[in-house]
Design a protein around this ligand. Structure first.
Ligand code: NDP
Length: 337
């Protein structure tokens, strides 16, 4: 049983010493348990937070513990009603080949799901995050302008496409021209701006001539800086993530603009609301799953993923994800079906 354990807490970007691959015996499931074999492991930005012991909404992984993560797995042995040998499940095995589960928090996907990896993306946590954050906090009205960064990732791409379905102008922000082309040509965004461009702030202003009504916050940093002056009165900011800051080791450079920001929020009556998807909106999951399935079936939502072979490649792929090396949802294929 190969396991990737947290060998030390990283300072800044995780290094080759952060995670260590070890080999342990395959565990045995007891009464009321099942043995799961991981086939797919989801890589998600929140995992950086779990490597750190800074105060957070969730407990960190212990040093020496297996990295946490959402997985698609196959049932190898089972002593639980409703889970039969050979079934695929959505589970939280973490970064390892095998895990024992008592079925808590595990969803049965059946013997031959059409797109097992989608349970980790468009039909799972990231898709749900986009849907709930946009519709419940962003609450966009037809004709309004939405801006979302990480626009080709699983959250941002879904936010933008739902925004179009709701009749909004959608402006994406992404790293590089390939990603921006994809957002406009394939995902139907009205515009997409490369945040690496020198005149990024000017380009964003030009692409939002009517201002910004909803800024779906995925990244923070200079994207946030460019957005704030463009916000309209009564704008909404669902605060979903701040991926540009996840490897930060100290407060950002520059003058303290905290009071200026609060002044903008006050004078423009901006609603800023952070959310943690399952804490705040878990009860809405069935509604999301129904609505998203209909959209996908009708070809209204597109989904791009990037599957990388081999558990041993997960650490490097994860570091790259935080820097935008991914193009679409990053998933590790841990074992062939
Ligand atoms: P992505 O697959 O989109 O990966 C992160 C992306 O962030 C990168 O690909 C990169 O895209 C972009 N990025 C990285 N650094 C910067 C930077 N300095 N400036 C601008 N963009 C940057 O991730 P997800 O779709 O899985 O997640 C998106 C956000 O949603 C994350 O912040 C994540 O933490 C958050 N999240 C929050 C949840 C919640 O419950 N609140 C639940 C799930 C996700 P590019 O190359 O285009 O810049």
């Amino acid at each position: 049983n190969r396991q990737l354990i947290l060998a030390e807490r990283p300072r800044g970007e995780p290094t080759k010493d952060t995670l260590k691959l070890i080999e342990t015996p395959i565990p045995t499931a007891g009464a009321g348990q099942m043995l799961l074999r991981t086939t797919l492991l989801s890589l998600d930005p929140y995992m950086r937070g779990r490597m750190s012991d800074a105060p957070s909404y969730a407990a960190p992984v212990e040093v020496g513990g297996v990295m946490v993560g959402g997985t698609v797995a196959q049932v190898v042995t089972s002593d639980i009603d409703g889970f039969a040998v050979g079934d695929y499940v959505l589970s939280l095995n973490g970064w390892q080949d095998y895990a024992v589960s008592d079925g808590t928090g595990v969803t049965n996907l059946g013997k031959s799901p059409d797109h097992p990896s989608w349970a980790l993306g468009i039909l799972g946590m990231p898709g749900f995050t986009a849907w709930a954050g946009l519709t419940r906090i962003g609450a966009p009205q037809p004709g309004e302008t939405i801006v979302v960064a990480a626009a080709t990732g699983p959250v941002g791409a879904t936010v933008g496409q739902i925004g179009k379905l709701l009749g909004c102008r959608v402006v994406g922000v992404a790293g590089g021209s390939d990603k921006c082309d994809h957002a406009v040509t394939n995902l139907g965004f009205d515009a997409c701006i490369d945040h690496k461009a020198d005149d990024f702030a000017e380009q964003l202003a030009a692409a939002t001539p009517d201002g910004i009504d909803v800024y779906f916050e995925n990244v923070g940093g200079k994207v946030l800086d460019a957005v704030i002056p463009l916000l309209n009165a009564n704008a909404r900011i669902p605060v979903c993530g701040l991926v540009s800051q996840y490897n930060a080791t100290e407060m950002p450079d520059g003058p303290d603009r905290m009071n200026w920001l609060m002044g903008q929020i006050l004078s423009k009556k901006v609603k800023v609301q952070g959310f943690i998807i399952f804490d705040d909106f878990g009860h809405l999951y069935p509604e999301f799953a129904r609505e998203m399935s209909v959209w996908i079936e009708a070809g209204k939502i597109k989904y791009r993923e990037e599957i990388i072979d081999g558990l041993e490649n997960a650490p490097k792929a994860f570091v790259g994800l935080l820097k935008g090396e991914n193009f679409g949802k990053r998933v590790i294929r841990v074992a062939q079906d």
